[in-house]
Ligand binder design. Sequence first.
Ligand code: A3P
Length: 323
Amino acid sequence: MNEKEIPPQFREDNLSEETKTLISSLPSYKDSLGNLYNYRECWYYPNTLQGVLNFERGFEPQKTDIILASYPKSGTTWLKALTIALFERLKNRSSDDLHPLQSHNPHGIVPVLEIGLYLKTSTPDLTRFSTPRVFSTHMPFHTLQLPLKDTPCKIVYVCRNVKDVLVSLWYFKCVQLQKKVDMEPLFESLCEGVGSCGPIWEHVLSYWRGCLEDPKQVLFMRYEEMKSEPCAQVKRLAEFLGCPFTEEEEEEGSVDKILELCSLRNLSGLEINKSGKNLNNLPYSAFFRKGEVGDFKNHLTPEMENKIDMIIQEKYKGSGLKF
Ligand code: A3P
C-alpha cells in the first residue's frame, strides 16, 4: 500500500500545530500502518488522535443522543444495524419505501465520531441527523465521557471474546492491506496492549465500570449473548433505548423481523454490502465474514489461546467481568 492509499485516519497529514506539539510528548510506537500515540491510556494513529481532540473540543451533546461504542471487530456493524432498525420501525413508512438498511451500509448511517465526523474538524455539520442522533466510537469510556458532561446521553457498548476479536481483526487487516499478513505481530501487539484502540482490556473495563456506575447511561452487551439469545438481547436493547416492543408488536413477530433484517446472512447479501465501498474505498463486504463464536479455535495455537486467557484472567480479576 503506498502512502496515498493509506486511509486518512491512519495518516499524519492532518495535524494542527498544537497536536504536533502534544504528540511529541506522548509515548509512541510504530506498526505496519504507521505511528501510534498513547493519549489518555489509549493508542491512536495520528489523524485519529486529531479526531479525538476535535471531538473533545467541539462536540455539543444533546440529551437524546445515543452513542454505540466498541473495540473494533466486536460486533459494531450488527449493533448499528439493530439500533437503526429499532428506531426505523417507529416511523410511519409506506410499504413501498426502501428500508435504509437496504440501500445503505450501517456504517454509512451511523458514522464514527473520531474517524468520521470529527476527523478533520471540531465543528462538523450535524444538521442532517434527526432525533435521536446516533453516533459510534472506538474511544474508551473515560475519553468519550469528557464532552458528554452531565447530559443523559445513552451509550451502548458491545464487547466480544478477545480471541475472536483478534481473528476478526486479522482478517480485516488482510483486506485493508490487500495481502495476507502474519497474525503473529497482531497477536503480540494485542497481548502487549499496544494495538490501535488498545489495551483491549482497559477499553472493555472502562465501559464495564461505566455500566456498573450508571446502568441507565451505559448498556453493556456481549456479542456471544447476542448470538445465543438474540430475541432477549434485542428486547433488552430496545428497552434501554427507550423504544421497547409493545405486546402487539411481539405478537406480530416484530422482534424476529428485525433480527432477520439485521442478520449477517441478510445484510451481507444486499447489493450495497456486496458491491459498495466506504469513502476510503474499503469494500463494505469486509465488515461481514463468518460471525461465529469461537472461530479462534481454527486459527490460534493452544499456546496463543493460553497466553490471552492468562492475560484476560489477570486483567479482569476483581472486576466482576467474566468470560
Ligand atoms: P468475524 O470476522 O468473526 O466474522 P465489527 O462490526 O465490529 O467490525 O465486527 C465485525 C465482526 O462482526 C465480523 O466477525 C463480522 O462477520 C461480524 N458481523 C458483522 N455483521 C454481523 C451481523 N449482522 N450479525 C452477526 N455478526 C456480524
